[in-house]
Structures are given as structure tokens and as C-alpha cells.
Design a protein around this ligand. Structure first.
Ligand code: SF4
Length: 371
């Protein structure tokens, strides 16, 4: 049962689907290639959604992520959406996203998405090279991505694709090619630097990405996407024709969202976060997330870190409304140094990291964190 107090807020909803056809070698998400628990898992999800305390809450974004939601059994998405729409007031204008991977996109999946009111698709490409895809255990080929995105684009005009930088055997040409194909079919791109997490096969192999190479890859992706009409609105996210991800923007703007499913998180938009555990079987027997309170310092650090990832930066008026203080007055000395060094810009209602430093923002953000 989700335990976010009901009020006048408009929520985002995230639902985690922890199933994939195969496990990628870099993957640290909660997901399994064992499909035997799918039906029991969806029943648990439906039960958690149906018992949520936020009965009737207004919802303007729904994001079904994973994992690979497109490999769910026929009717699984329908059960989830029907529970969501019964429990919540999902607005007619809501952004409704489902993630998928090329190997499980077919007419059946697309038809079910349409019937469920899905209006945005996010699909993993990760690389345009079959050698790279094979090296990291992806089970689709580049040609499968093309076939899938062609099918999807006949129905959806809001498609996002992911690209990872720093994969084994990847080179600058691969990034170029991947960005080109994304630009041809998609209005949104997510471009992430690979993090090799402990516990993944890539970590066990001792693979270490080359940071300088990743920086060059990012520069290529940034320049090419810009040339193709995409604006960078967050360090890893690019949109064309105004198709920013409203759901992800909620995370960066510290807005409330409800998380359903194993490993899913929620936030009341103020001072309480909710977290589900990481074990699928445990979730099936007990769907209740744990709640934990944020201190003033936690809230400040999270808010500042998330906002500075975005091209819009911190809204000074929103900060003042939320924290009751002036951000610029509180950080006077350090802000002056950062502005003088050209790292940060302060203008009107905004404090932002200078464009050229957004990809290497961590060192700048750290200076604004509270101990
Ligand atoms: S498809 Fe995504 S979630 Fe599934 S194993 Fe690969 S990286 Fe992980």
C-alpha cells in the first residue's frame, strides 16, 4: 500500500516492471529474465495500486519502466492501467509512457499500449553497433531497433530512445550513427555515461570506461543532437518540438510522485520519501514501501542537486517558497566565486550551471552542498 497523504497535489506515477528477456552485462536495475513470476507480480501490483491511500488523486504523468515492460504477458499492461485508472484521476492530457526494447515490440504490444492510452514510448537503443550490443549482452541487433522504431512511429509521435556512452568496443563513429538514427525517428533522446556497478558481469570482467573518451562522445552527441533540432534540458536529456519528459521533470523539480512495484520509490513533494525493497518474491508477499523522513539538510541538498542538473537550474522564487530563505543570500560567498569563475550564471529568477560545464557539474554542485 502506498502511503503518501492525499491532498490537492498533482502526482506522477511510476510503475516498475522487473522482467527482461535477458540480463545485460552492465545492468544494475532490479530485473530478471525468469518470467515465471510475472502473473503473481502483476496481481501484487494491482493490489498495491487498488489499496493506495491516494484514492482519487489527480495524476498528470504515468511512467511504466523497468526492466522491459514490453516483455510482460499479454494483458499485463491492461490490468495495470485498469487498476491505475480506477484508483486515480488520470487526467486526459496526462503524459503516459511505457518503456520497451526492440526484441519485444510487435503488433500485440503496440495494440495493447494504444488501448491503455499510452502516448509516449521510450525504447533502448544503447548503441548502433552489433559488436557493441553483443559485447554487453543486449539481445537485439541494430536492424531490430530500426524495425521496431519504424513500427512504433506509425502509431506514436512521441518516442524517446536511450544511448549509453563508454560501452566496450564503442567508438565515436558509433555515437554519430546512433544519434543520427535517433534523430530520424525520435523527438527525445537520453544519453547516459556508463557506470560500471559492482555486482554486474562488466564489473567482474574488470571493465573500466575511459572518461576522456566518454567526454568526447558526449560532445559529439550534444553537437549532433543540437544540429538536429534537439535542446538539452537536463544533462542527459534532449528534446525536440517541446517533447520534454514531463515525468522526469517532476523528479528534477522535487514534485510529488508515487512509486508502485519492487524497487520503486515515491516522494510526497515535501519531506517524506517511500522505498520498496529489491526482492521480487518479497514484494509479491508484502507490497508496502518503507517511509523515511528527510531532514532540512537532506531536502536542501537533494533539491539543489536535482535542479542544477537541468538547463533551467534553480528557480529562486520556488526555492524561497519551499525553504523560506533566499538561495543567493544563503550561498553568497561561494556563489560569487562560482559566478566570477564562469561556472555558474545568476540571472532574473535563475541560478544555472554554465552550459559548457553541465556535463562535469558534480564538482560544482558539491561546493553548494551542505555538510
Ligand atoms: S534491458 Fe534494461 S533493465 Fe533489462 S537487463 Fe538490459 S539494461 Fe537491465
Amino acid at each position: 500500500m502506498s502511503v503518501i497523504p492525499s491532498n490537492e497535489k498533482t502526482y506522477g506515477i511510476y510503475v516498475h516492471i522487473p522482467f527482461c528477456k535477458a540480463k545485460c552485462k552492465y545492468c544494475a536495475f532490479v530485473s530478471t529474465s525468469d518470467a515465471s513470476l510475472q502473473k503473481a507480480y502483476v496481481s501484487a501490483l494491482v493490489s498495491e495500486i487498488s489499496n493506495s491511500l491516494n484514492d482519487g488523486a489527480r495524476v498528470d504523468t504515468v511512467y511504466i519502466g523497468g526492466g522491459t515492460p514490453s516483455c510482460l504477458f499479454c494483458g499485463g499492461l491492461t490490468d495495470i492501467f485498469s487498476a491505475l485508472r480506477k484508483r486515480f484521476d488520470v487526467m486526459p492530457s496526462a503524459e503516459v509512457t511505457v518503456e520497451c526494447n526492440p526484441e519485444s515490440v510487435d503488433d500485440r504490444f503496440i495494440g495493447e499500449c494504444v488501448d491503455c492510452g499510452v502516448n509516449r514510448i521510450s525504447m533502448g537503443l544503447q548503441s548502433a553497433s552489433d559488436d557493441v550490443l553483443t559485447a554487453v549482452g543486449r539481445i537485439h541487433k541494430y536492424a531490430d531497433y530500426i524495425a521496431a522504431v519504424e513500427m512504433l512511429s506509425a502509431t506514436f509521435d512521441n518516442i524517446s530512445s536511450d544511448l549509453i556512452l563508454g560501452l566496450p568496443q564503442q567508438d565515436l563513429r558509433d555515437v554519430d550513427r546512433a544519434v543520427d538514427i535517433i534523430s530520424r525517428y525520435c523527438s527525445h533522446a537520453s544519453v547516459y555515461a556508463l557506470t560500471v556497478e559492482n555486482g554486474t558481469p562488466l564489473y567482474a570482467q574488470g571493465y573500466k570506461p575511459d572518461d576522456d573518451m566518454i567526454a568526447d562522445m558526449y560532445d559529439i552527441a550534444f553537437a549532433r543532437l543540437g544540429k538536429n533540432g534537439f535542446e538539452r534540458y537536463e544533462v542527459s536529456n534532449f528534446a525536440r518540438d517541446g517533447k520534454r519528459s514531463s515525468h522526469n521533470i517532476k523528479y528534477w523539480r522535487y514534485a510529488p510522485y508515487i512509486g508502485f512495484g519492487v524497487a520503486a520509490h515515491g516522494f510526497d513533494g515535501d519531506s517524506t520519501r517511500f522505498a520498496h525493497g529489491d526482492d521480487i518474491s518479497d514484494y509479491i508477499t508484502d507490497t508496502k514501501p518503507k517511509a523515511y523522513s528527510l531532514t532540512q539538510k537532506d531536502k536542501y541538498n537533494e533539491y539543489v542537486m536535482l535542479a542544477l542538473r537541468t538547463a533551467d537550474g534553480i528557480s529562486l522564487s520556488d526555492y524561497e517558497k519551499r525553504f523560506g530563505n533566499s538561495f543567493t543570500a544563503e550561498n553568497d560567498g561561494i556563489l560569487t566565486r562560482l559566478v566570477d569563475g564562469g561556472y555558474v550564471a545568476v540571472s532574473d529568477d535563475r541560478v544555472k550551471i554554465a552550459d559548457k560545464y553541465l556535463f562535469v557539474m558534480n564538482g560544482i554542485i558539491e561546493q553548494l552542498m551542505k555538510d
